[in-house]
Write a protein that binds this ligand. Structure first.
Ligand SMILES: [Zn+2]
Length: 253
């Protein structure tokens, strides 16, 4: 299903905004990282381009987003931009997980430092903030430290991420999937909050998981239709996206 010009523009703007939000939150540096979106019904994706005319993740514009097929070849986009070498990371997650609509790969410092020192990601808070459910589900580390730059590595990495929505990558970065660009972005931010808190707790001393009774509470499925407090489910995700959009001056109603 080919996208209309307006749809392509809107998706490219959302990819660019996701990049700018994570860049402004210092979740990655320079041009290291990319956000992508699976074009529905096709074997192509829209992704932040790299190459001679690349810009830093923090400064991404819609015109920095290009279309790349599942052989990692550029289909459409301006001269001076080319597929990221790690297009294989994205396209293999799409090929092996039909429900994945968006992939984020970035290089956040706290997460990478924890992999370097082999520190497990512990469920050290519940009420404080987001990310605890990721810790309860288990945040694991892919042990290779090189870029995912060919089909063999892409297939291997996608195999590692089966049944996972987040993964740390030793001495490299993190990868996150989502049902939309906004969903993947909010999950990447939650992972950053969790790994930053773990990193700082390890610096302070000997972090301890929350009590078992609270861990059991966190293992219950979240209520998507809460009648008190913040919304759960998709509405809650969109409220979080709106907050970080406002925080980083990216808000558009
Ligand atoms: Zn990378």
């Amino acid at each position: 299903m080919a996208l209309t010009v307006d749809e392509r523009r809107e998706i490219s703007e959302t990819i660019a905004r996701s990049c700018r939000i994570m860049g402004k939150l210092d979740m990655t540096h320079a041009a290291l990282g990319h956000v992508s979106y699976r074009v529905p019904g096709t074997e192509t994706m829209l992704i932040k381009g790299k190459g001679p005319n690349e810009v830093g993740v923090r400064y991404t514009r819609p015109e920095d987003v290009i279309e790349v097929d599942f052989n990692a070849n550029k289909v459409a986009g301006p001269d001076g931009l080319q597929p990221p070498s790690e297009s294989y990371l994205h396209l293999w997650l799409y090929k092996t997980n039909p429900e994945v609509q968006s992939v984020i790969h970035i290089h956040p410092r706290p997460a990478v430092l924890l992999t370097i020192c082999n520190k497990p990601i512990l469920p050290i808070y519940a009420a404080y903030g987001t990310g605890i459910r990721l810790a309860v589900e288990g945040v694991e580390t892919y042990q290779r430290s090189i870029t995912i730059h060919d089909d063999q590595l892409g297939e291997e990495f996608a195999g590692f991420m089966v049944n996972r929505k987040v993964a740390l990558m030793r001495g490299h970065g993190v990868s996150v999937t989502g049902s939309s660009i906004e969903d993947a972005t909010v999950r990447a931010i939650a992972l950053d909050e969790l790994t930053t808190m773990n990193y700082q707790a390890y610096l302070l001393g000997d972090p301890q998981p929350i009590p078992d009774i609270d861990l059991a509470e966190m293992q219950k499925p979240p209520d998507p239709n809460r009648t008190r407090g913040s919304s759960g489910g998709d509405a809650g995700m969109r409220a979080t996206w709106r907050y970080y959009s406002m925080l980083t001056d990216e808000y558009q109603s």
